[in-house]
Design a protein around this ligand. Sequence first.
Ligand code: BTN
Length: 260
Amino acid sequence: MHPNNTLFVGKVLLRYPELPSTNAYFQEWLSRERPAEGAVVQADHQTQGRGQMGQSWFSPAGKNLTFSTLFYPSFLPPHKSFLLTKVVALATRQAVAEITGENAWIKWPNDIYLNDKKIAGILLQASLQGSRLQYAIAGIGLNVNQTHFPAALTRASSLALLTGRIYDLDDLRNQILAYLERWYLQARAGELTTIDQAFLEHLYLRHQPARFQRPDGTVFTGSIQGVDAVGRLVVQRDQTQESFDLKEVSLLEAVHSDKN
Ligand code: BTN
């Protein structure tokens, strides 16, 4: 059941039929002890799954992957914490691409897309101690064998729906954990160029005209160039480049030449 090709990620692996949230589980655990780096907590069902920006993450029991991995990235100053987002997104993307045989994309800041649909979300929760990152909990929710989605979630899908196959959850989780360790060790070794390049290479809709929306509802067209040093999205609009953080913009869709 544990991945057999890792040094530390997934060596401690706790699996529960039901938990409120695997990220919350680690927060509580960390308030009492210092679990081993690379420890993984997986739930077959979460009753209070958390998403980005205070949202909830719903996943039916036994169909999908919902798990969290613990890191102690003391080598990273807090303003570089986006590197961890890259690490987790790259690992998830790579495992999905390998297992499905399809190209998967990282939708900024940390969703995974397959065929223009969201199949996974990442929730990274880090804690500071002085000027260093004390710990980081990397939560991954990957829709694998779920075949029905609420109609309101127009962009959500799963590997099963998109590829017509059913996947073994343990194999997929182990593959993600193996890649998580690889990318994390690269980050720790300071191989940032490799990570940045891979992130750019797999960034969803990079260099393609797309529509974006500001929090006030206004919509504009631009094209993603990449991310800046602190992980803000860099968008080219006419002759200027603008950087946005998570609360400042959302990416709506690609602008296809047959539209407008
Ligand atoms: C998103 O909003 O896209 C991020 C979703 C992250 C969900 C995962 S499931 C495992 C971990 N535990 C949680 O409560 N959330 C994350």
